[in-house]
Design a protein around this ligand. Structure first.
Ligand SMILES: NC(=O)c1ccc[n+]([C@@H]2O[C@H](COP(=O)([O-])OP(=O)(O)OC[C@H]3O[C@@H](n4cnc5c(N)ncnc54)[C@H](O)[C@@H]3O)[C@@H](O)[C@H]2O)c1
Ligand SMILES: *[C@@H]1O[C@H](CO)[C@@H](O)[C@H](O)[C@H]1NC(C)=O
Length: 434
């Protein structure tokens, strides 16, 4: 005796009908069978009508949204509306920018600056716990007050990225999401591959398929100079001797983006940031943790290089970096491909964004002591060979020539602004007071 699975009904009505009548011929009389077959004819008509209605409704949805998702729930529609409002351009010839890592330090500042001058901005961030996620949530809330939406999502989530590109025609992508930090790679190497390699490729795949393709500006790092000891660091210097996994993934990013530029005509600008600092900064960085420890009366560890030479960094204030990011976006030039096919050569650029005046770490501590009006308990330690380079110093003439990049904030002034923010955010005793 045939066994009728419920599944068979919607997908294979033909089979259902045949087997059903076969079964009935055996068990019942002819009259009964006729009644039954007319019932099933009716059933098929009813089904046909239902199908017609469903296809009409989904056609209407398609007409309404310009896409063929079928049904959109109320929550989906609300989400799309928020995304669209956030992406709205409010100035002539403005742009719509997808900012990845928007709940991060640099990302939140760039998103805000774009919005303030009238560009459309949508952020995406996965709010990972590499450092205190509540700081990322606070940045998100700050952006929300300025009309910027930060979507919670991973750049490895192609579906989510595609959905954003379906809702908004992004002219630019400012890609700042990454696993940052040099020393953490010894603890969690795979997080660098996940965000800086796999995530980058996923994002580029989505961008190359978008129509029109956006122009992409992304953050590489001064760490790609690695063991290079020619100063100042110029873009043409060798970058094939990375000293950390972080640097290696950033260098890989430069090669990967080159490939997407070459094959698909994506406009690419890579920015090698030099030690960025400022308000809303990253708690894992030295100036930030020094401030916390000095205020709490705890000792700070100051690393020293070979032969007791002080480490030095080309500290760059966040507002200068933001100007460099906006200048890069404005001068990026268009991608030439569409729908995954290259139509012609597109710009591929790499720029240093630094401050051109390295400061030693003990000098940094001295400035902090002055602004905090407290003495640091310094604990000098020889630098372990785990990836930090002894010094950095940017040659910024390329960015200067291309879009007039000119840093204007020295470390003394910038740290003053950082300390003011720190105290307003955490208070004197490290408690969150906002
Ligand atoms: N701050 C610096 O001194 C400095 C120096 C050189 C390069 N950079 C680069 O600049 C960019 C921004 O750095 P930052 O200092 O603002 O760091 P950040 O950690 O504050 O910001 C990065 C943000 O990206 C998010 N993120 C990480 N992986 C993600 C993923 N897979 N999907 C979605 N979101 C993800 C994080 O949650 C974080 O909010 C990074 O690419 C970093 O490598 C920074
Ligand atoms: C800085 O870089 C430019 C190229 O952008 C180069 O011509 C110049 O020589 C460099 N300057 C120094 C001091 O290395």
């Amino acid at each position: 005796m045939p066994n009728f699975e419920e599944d068979d009904f919607p997908s294979t009505p033909g089979k259902f009908k045949i087997e059903r009548s076969h079964h009935l011929h055996h068990g019942f009389g002819r009259q009964f069978s006729r009644v039954f077959s007319s019932t099933s004819t009716m059933l098929i008509w009813v089904l046909f009508l239902i199908a017609l209605t469903v296809s009409f409704l989904s056609f209407q949805t398609t007409v309404h949204t310009g896409r063929s998702y079928g049904y959109l729930s109320w929550a989906d529609r609300k989400w799309e509306r928020e995304v669209r409002v956030s992406a709205q351009i409010q100035r002539p010839h403005g742009m719509s920018v997808l900012v990845t890592g928007a709940a991060g330090f640099v990302g939140s500042h760039v998103a805000l600056a774009l919005k303030k001058r009238g560009d459309g901005v949508v952020g995406i961030d996965n709010f990972n716990d590499y450092y205190d996620p509540s700081l990322k949530q606070a940045r998100k809330a700050m952006l929300k007050r300025h009309g910027i939406m930060v979507v919670e999502g991973d750049i490895n989530d192609a579906k989510k990225l595609n959905k954003l590109f379906d809702v908004v025609v992004f002219t630019h992508v400012m890609h700042l999401a990454a696993q940052a930090g040099v020393r953490y790679a010894m603890e969690n190497p795979h997080s660098y591959v996940h965000s800086n390699i796999a995530g980058l490729v996923t994002l580029l795949e989505v961008c190359k398929s978008a129509n029109p393709q956006p122009s992409i500006v992304w953050a590489s790092s001064s760490s790609v100079y690695g063991l290079n000891d020619q100063v100042p660091f110029s873009e043409s210097d060798r970058t094939d001797q990375p000293a950390s996994l972080y640097a290696a993934t950033k260098k890989a990013g430069e090669e990967i983006t080159h490939t997407y530029n070459h094959i698909y005509g994506l406009s690419i600008t890579g920015l090698r940031f030099f030690t960025v600092y400022g308000p809303w900064g990253r708690p894992d960085m030295a100036y930030f943790s020094f401030t916390r420890n000095i205020l709490q009366g705890k000792p700070i560890t100051v690393y020293r290089g070979k032969d007791r030479v002080d480490l030095a960094r080309d500290f760059t204030y966040i507002d200068d970096i933001v100007k460099g990011c906006l200048g890069s976006l404005d001068s990026s030039g268009k991608s030439t491909g569409s729908g995954g096919r290259k139509r012609g050569p597109a710009p591929y650029r790499i720029f240093n964004l630094g401050n051109t005046s390295p400061v030693t770490v003990p000098n940094l501590v001295g400035i902090l002591e002055k602004h905090l009006k407290m003495k640091a308990k310094k604990h000098f330690v020889d630098m372990p060979g785990n990836g930090d380079v002894p010094f950095t110093h940017a040659n910024i003439s390329a960015a200067q020539n291309e879009f007039g990049y000119k840093p204007t904030t020295d470390l003394e002034t910038g740290l003053k602004k950082f300390v003011r923010w720190y105290l307003s955010y955490y208070g004197y005793h490290g408690k969150y007071v906002n």
